[in-house]
Design a protein around this ligand. Structure first.
Ligand code: NAD
Length: 482
């Protein structure tokens, strides 16, 4: 795809402008510079907050049905631009077009879902509350919490944005969005779609820039009521610390070290497919990657043999080539980080079953082979830390109790997958796992109706579903003497 050499990276009060930051945007499949985005400094970020503050009194008093009209217009705008957005995602992120298409469809589904929830808000507003006395009457209102700052990462750029932006707008909040400086192109396209939806000026503002320049302003600004952040734990802690200074609300979606449990009665072919999906989708750059694969001892040898064969058969390469199953990692820094994890794993004594290097036929692009380790020490970084790359660690377990113990032995608790022919086993194991979402015999399907988020250090709060909307609402009770 061709982009102008420099794109304006700021959209405030319905006006596009350029800032002093030259963000270099690359194509990870070719390692070539795609364009530069002229992003904002801190002063510009503050201007975006002011614009949102000015728009808030009016937008916050619109009805849910009025807001739904804009959400549906955005969904239709994304739908109309579907092919272009797929191409932009694949070009900037390195993911295969088949995966980029899933992303775009998710965005459409999310805006439509929150349009529907917004339409239902009016009927539920001012609902009476039953009290244990006839002397008082009470009603409850849900009101938008204010101006919100949305900070998103690079792995599913437009998707993480939609999961925050759609419910925030549905609730009646005004927004300042900061995309990842690594992948701002999809959000710039989305901003153009929003601009043509007729959304009132100042309700949605986008400020490209670095975390240090723009992210810190959004997480610390007293005019922002809530920050919704998706990214690494290290930055999540910083966001929370800055937010604490003005006691602002914080939602965090952070890292993961999730497990796929292959129970003794599992269908092996299904288990291998789910292991590859959970490990290699988006080149493993998923907070929900099931990078620990726990296999019942009687199946272990056969499973490992089949997994190796399947991993070695994964078609790695050009995101635009039909049949590509795994594209490039997002940039050089991430590529080197993942290779560093591979080296640390080897140094810790883990056994490399396959992969661990650049595919021989791909000299250019941040490509890695699908990788499988066995015999990974339980106290090693490879077993305990998020790799965020196409690396699976496989381990045998003796019984169900040990499988659950191994899966739960983590600082994280985002998701888990269970493969079992027995429905009761699957349900029982799912209930015992410390994870916000458990898939049983299923790939990592995500529906906007179901919650997203996890236990322990993976998350604070939940996105999607009605919980995602409530994250942007305040509760007000009005109690009167009768
Ligand atoms: P990151 O933490 O480096 O950056 C995320 C965002 O925060 C970017 O927009 C970045 O510019 C901004 N930022 C950086 N420093 C900041 C600061 N000091 N203050 C405020 N903002 C700042 O993460 P990343 O490398 O872009 O993404 C990968 C991470 O995201 C992984 O750890 C992954 O697990 C996590 N993630 C989690 C989920 C989830 O739903 N739980 C989803 C996707 C990604």
């Amino acid at each position: 795809m061709k982009f102008p050499p420099t794109l304006p990276g700021i959209y405030i009060d319905s006006q596009w402008s350029s800032g002093p930051q030259a963000l270099t945007v690359t194509n990870p499949a070719s390692e070539q510079v795609l364009t530069h985005v002229a992003g904002a400094d801190g002063v510009t970020a503050e201007r975006a907050v002011s614009a949102a503050q000015q728009a808030f009194p009016r937008w916050s008093t619109t009805t849910g049905a009025e807001r739904a009209v804009f959400l549906r217009a955005i969904a239709r705008g994304v739908e109309a631009q579907r092919e272009r957005l797929v191409q932009v995602q694949a070009t900037n992120n390195g993911k295969p077009v088949s995966e980029a298409a899933i992303d775009v469809d998710d965005v459409i589904g999310t805006f439509d879902y929150y349009a529907q929830l917004a339409e239902g808000l009016d009927a539920r507003q001012d609902a009476p509350i039953e009290l244990p006395t006839a002397d008082f009457a009470a009603r409850v209102r849900r009101e938008p919490c204010g101006v919100v700052g949305l900070i998103v990462p690079w792995n599913f750029p437009m998707v993480t944005t939609a999961w925050k932006l759609a419910p925030a707008l549905a609730a009646g909040c005004c927004v300042v969005l900061k995309p990842s400086e690594v992948t701002p192109l999809a959000e710039l396209e989305l901003a153009a779609i929003i601009a043509s939806s007729g959304l009132p000026a100042g309700v949605f503002n986008l400020v490209c820039g670095t975390g240090v320049e723009v992210g810190t302003v959004l997480s610390g600004h007293p005019g922002i009521a809530k920050v919704s952040f998706t990214g690494s734990n290290a930055v999540g802690v910083q966001v929370m610390q800055r937010a604490a200074e003005s006691i602002k609300g914080v939602s965090l979606e952070l890292g993961g070290k999730s497990s796929l449990l292959v129970m003794a009665d599992a269908d092996l072919d299904l288990a291998v497919e789910l292991a590859c999906g959970g490990g290699y989708f988006n080149a493993g750059q998923m907070c929900s990657a099931t990078s620990r694969v726990l296999v019942a001892a009687p199946l272990y040898e056969r499973f490992v043999e089949r997994l190796k064969a399947r991993a070695e058969a994964v078609k790695v390469g050009d995101p635009f080539e039909p049949g590509t199953e795994m594209g490039a990692l997002v940039n050089l820094a991430q590529y080197q980080r993942v290779l560093g994890h591979v080296q640390k794993g080897l140094a810790a004594g883990a056994k490399l079953l396959c992969g661990g290097a650049r595919p021989a036929e791909l000299a250019v692009g941040y490509y890695l082979q699908p990788t499988v380790f066995t015999d990974v020490p339980l106290d090693s970084a490879l077993w305990r830390e998020e790799v965020f790359g196409p690396v699976l660690c496989v381990r045998a377990f003796i019984d169900e109790a040990q499988a659950i113990e191994l899966a739960n032995d983590s600082d994280y608790g985002l998701v888990a997958s269970v493969v079992s022919a027995d429905a009761a086993t699957g349900e029982r194991v799912a209930n015992a796992l410390q994870a916000g979402l458990v898939w049983l015999n299923a790939p990592q399907v995500i529906f906007p109706q179901t919650a997203w988020g996890g236990y322990k250090q993976s998350s604070l709060g939940r996105e999607l579903g009605p919980w995602g909307l409530q994250a942007f609402q305040e509760i007000k009770h009005v109690v009167r003497a009768v």
